[in-house]
Every structure is written in C-alpha cells, then in structure tokens.
Design a protein around this ligand. Sequence first.
Ligand code: PGA
Length: 257
Amino acid sequence: MTVRKPFVGGNWKMNTTAATAAQLAVDVACGCDDLLGRADVAVFPPFPYLDTVGKHLGNGVRLGAQDLYHEAEGAFTGEVSAGMLIDVGVGVVLVGHSERRHVIGEGDELINCKARAALGAGLDIILCIGETIEQREAGQTQQVNVGQLMAGLEAVAADQMPRVTIAYEPVWAIGTGRTATPDDAQAVHAVIRSTLADRYDGAVAESTRIQYGGSVKANNAQSLFAEPDIDGGLIGGASLKADDFVTIVTAAAQASS
Ligand code: PGA
C-alpha cells in the first residue's frame, strides 16, 4: 500500500496586507519547520504579495498561487501566466477553486485549460472540485464531483499525476462554518479515488493526494485527517491565523505517523 504524505494548503484568498502577509509567512514557516518531514505545506497569498511571502518563507513551506491564466503572454489584461508565477518562485497553483467557479464564473473547459497550462509549464496543481448544497440535496453529489474531476483532468497524462493534488471542497462548507462530517467527506474521497483508478490505474489512484476543504479548523482537523482517503486539507479562514494553521498541519503530520 502506498503511503501518501499529507499535504496542507493555506488559501489566504483576498486577505492580508503586505505587512501582515510577511508576518504570517514568517510565523507559518517557523511553526511548521519541524513538521515538514511528515506533511507538505504550501501557502497561497494574493498575487501582489507572492514575491515578499516567498522571501519570508525560506525553503521549507512552498509558495503557491490562487489562480493563473492559461496563455503564456499577450493581451490578457489583468491575468497572470504560469511563467510569471514561476519567475517569482511559485511551485504550485490552485485551479478551479469554488470561488473561481461560482463567484467569477469559470467553467470546466477553462479550468482544464489552466490545469494543462500549469502542468505544461512545470507547476504542480491542486484541482478543486465540489458540489453546491442544491446539487447535494438533489442527490447529485457523486455525479457533480466525478464530472468536475474528469473534465479538469481531460488530456492530463498519467505521468503528470504525481504533480496533481485533488481538493474536495463542498461549496456549502466553504467559509460557512459547516463542515462535512468525516464520514460524508470520506465517502466522496473514496469515489474520487476510484474514479482516478478507472481514469488512470490503481497506482495513480493510490498515490494521488486528495485534500478536504471547507471550514477545516484546529478543532476538527484531526477527525477529518483520520479518514483513510483524506490526505490533508485546503484551509481558508483558519489559515490566516498562524497558530490555528500550525495546529492543523500538526494534525496532518500526526495522521501520517
Ligand atoms: P474555509 O475555505 O476553510 O474558509 O472554509 C476553504 C477554501 O476555500 O479553500
């Protein structure tokens, strides 16, 4: 059986200032220092602070970006390319976050273009998927997640999958304080893993990390990470407080040992 190293991401969204981002980076880097052997950690600051945050993180905690555009350069006002992210030290990028899907209006096709562009440029990706409350109540949870997974990974080859993490983030749990129960989350994670086995093979399915996201907090991380198919988390609100975030990373590190 493959042992997957847990992966915890801190998605800072449109929060922090230059000064608070730098301080948060220092505190997270310091707090996670001893845990990095047992858990991978990345933070995802707003674009303008990537460079500063990268300099304050040092070499252990990875620098991530919240989004990218799939073209390499040109007349795309307001957009940021994979090459630009790599230039400032980014190693991993979110694609298809629910706020990109549901607030900004990105669809599966664009998200797949972004996934392929990021991977093609050498970035790792976290592909985010998840159902809305209406879809869950209509019994469409499995269908929606499988659909977003398959569409997001269209034309992504098996040999690129070591650089892909999936984040299952039920939309109704993001920023709401409502968390999926460990059992509910595990059930969807198991479906995601078996879909990866069908789409690729058993080895890809066993080695791909699947994070849970949606109101993960210092006091519920341990029970979520204890589930067999939950390999860490993507953390929003609680990643803005270094102490809470480090407690969550500690829970992930303990789940792996
Ligand atoms: P939350 O956000 O932890 O604030 O619910 C999670 C996410 O959007 O990645």
